[in-house]
Design a binder for this molecule. Structure first.
Ligand SMILES: NC(=O)c1ccc[n+]([C@@H]2O[C@H](COP(=O)([O-])OP(=O)(O)OC[C@H]3O[C@@H](n4cnc5c(N)ncnc54)[C@H](OP(=O)(O)O)[C@@H]3O)[C@@H](O)[C@H]2O)c1
Length: 249
């Protein structure tokens, strides 16, 4: 059975969308939650709403020192980390590779790949020593497929899946797990900029004929962060209504 009583779960990108929904899900099952993202007002409101022990810190995950300090403070305040959900992500811009601004490319890599790497490096030693812990990264359909004019995002999401698989192998002998959850088209702020017609076109590509909700993603993320997934590691699990099972994506 999935439950989180006494577990400390740290979530990056917790101020909206998938991170917010996962915080709500695990808090409802008894977790102590640490919420990390940049928008302090959103984090403060979520922490108040959770009605469970919750703390938050406003941090740009691309700032290695600030991220490390936030993780250390999370441990100081709520104890060792049982589950680390590295979910903060940015889409970058759309441009052909030859015109993709190098600084935008570096920024996407810093948020989507380097931040998870630095977070894992900070947290894994204690998880290994405790012989306990679950790490989860958020990938994308772009972890598994190419996408034109989106080189930075695709490269970063392929790489973060690779990071999860490599960490899973290093951590497995120590009783620590690492997995990747792959959202399909999930209705969050990341998709909310799209016109209604474009959203409908995306939904039409999904075998289930619809987009997914942040809550549907959160249910799977919570499972992978929980002890119910104790024999699941090194996996990439899509929550996509069947998209990756088709020939057309
Ligand atoms: N929705 C989809 O269809 C979809 C599909 C594939 C993959 N994903 C992935 O899912 C993850 C969550 O996205 P979402 O769909 O839930 O969209 P979202 O609502 O826009 O959430 C993105 C989260 O990342 C945080 N974030 C972004 N840059 C950050 C930074 N530099 N430092 C700290 N936090 C940062 C944002 O918080 P602040 O702005 O407050 O910092 C926000 O909480 C991302 O990794 C995204 O790539 C989503």
């Amino acid at each position: 059975m999935m439950e989180f009583t006494g577990h400390h779960i740290v979530i990056t990108g917790a101020s909206s969308g998938i991170g917010e929904a996962t915080a709500e899900h695990v808090a409802a099952l008894g977790a102590r939650v640490t919420l990390l993202a940049r928008r302090a007002d959103r984090l403060e409101a979520l922490a108040a709403r959770l009605g469970a022990p919750a703390q938050w810190q406003a941090v740009d995950v691309a700032d290695e020192d600030a991220l490390g300090a936030a993780l250390d403070a999370a441990v100081a305040q709520a104890g060792p980390i049982d589950g680390l959900f590295l979910n903060a992500g940015t889409g970058g811009t759309f441009a052909p590779a030859e015109a993709y601004p190098p600084d935008a490319f570096a920024r996407v890599l810093a948020v989507n790949l380097l931040a998870p790497f630095h977070a894992v490096a900070r947290v894994l030693p204690v998880m290994k020593a405790r012989r306990r812990g679950a790490i989860l990264v958020t990938g994308s359909l772009a972890s598994e497929r190419g996408m034109a004019n989106n080189v930075a995002y695709v490269a970063s999401k392929h790489a973060v899946l690779g990071l999860a698989r490599a960490i899973a192998l290093e951590a497995a002998p120590f009783g620590v797990r690492c997995n990747c959850v792959v959202p399909g088209f999930i209705e969050t702020e990341m998709l909310s900029g799209l016109p209604h017609d474009a959203l409908q076109q995306l939904a039409a590509k999904v075998p289930q004929g619809r987009t997914g909700s942040a809550q549907e993603l959160a249910a799977v993320a919570a499972f992978l962060l929980s002890d119910a997934a104790s024999h699941v590691t090194g996996q990439s699990i899509a929550v996509d209504g069947g998209l990756l099972g088709t020939l057309t994506v």
